[in-house]
Ligand binder design. Structure first.
Ligand code: MD5
Ligand code: FE
Length: 203
């Protein structure tokens, strides 16, 4: 069930299935402290995906730009700790994809409602691009879009299902990617929603 989407990009089908119920319970705890919110882009648009974080660094966006911050701008509190459940899953996935020694300090939690999407972008707000990004999909299936190293490159599509994990490293780390608008659907554990966790070494 391991499929290479590209050199450096490995899909681990169903890798997080067993942990999924516990991950969803943990997301509810994290969101009780640091609510899922629709961030504003530097251009002043409200993101359709709602976000929160755990770990030492959290990804945030506002009128002044994108960055990693140690504190939740909503509360001024540090983000909640990354639980061993999360860290161990991310480290095991990275290892299975050929990236030993992954030490994530940031976990971004994305929540998609029907119609929510992520337009094509690169993840380059992290200090080092040598570490991979580990992404975990939960709930309603979504169409992942990925192109190449330039914005204009041809875009391919792959459906990501509940429990799928993708590890993006090496030559795939800066690939342009996005998520197509979430369809109206239902999953037994999340209802109409999709969650995605991304683990990174931000600093
Ligand atoms: C998601 N999240 O499903 C996606 C999955 C984000 C984001 O894109 O930035 O929160 S992460 C997919 C990803 C990460 C890093 C690199 C690449 C894809 N890639 O090289 O294609 O919510
Ligand atoms: Fe991304």
């Amino acid at each position: 069930r391991h499929v290479a989407l590209d050199p450096g990009a490995l899909l681990l089908g169903g890798f997080a299935l067993d942990e999924a119920p516990r991950i969803l319970a943990a997301i509810a705890c994290i969101a009780a402290r640091a609510p899922l919110r629709h961030l504003e882009t530097p251009g002043g648009r409200r993101m359709s995906v709602a976000m929160t974080n755990c770990g030492e660094a959290g990804w945030v966006s506002d009128r002044s730009g994108y960055r990693y911050a140690a504190h939740d701008p909503l509360s001024g509190l540090p983000w909640g700790a990354m639980s061993p459940l999360f860290r161990d899953l991310a480290v095991r996935a990275a290892l299975a994809a050929g990236f030993p020694g992954f030490a994530p300090d940031a976990c971004l939690i994305n929540r998609y409602e029907p119609g929510a999407r992520l337009t094509l972008h690169q993840d380059k707000d992290e200090a080092f691009h040598t570490a991979p990004v580990v992404s975990v999909s939960l709930g309603v299936s979504a169409t992942f879009l990925w192109g190449g190293q330039a914005r204009g490159d041809k875009v391919r599509r792959h459906v990501l299902h509940h429990g799928d994990v993708v590890v993006w490293g090496g030559p795939a780390r800066l690939t342009f990617h996005g998520i197509a608008p979430l369809p109206v659907d239902a999953h037994p554990l999340t209802g109409p929603l999709r969650y995605n966790l991304t683990f990174r070494q931000a600093r």
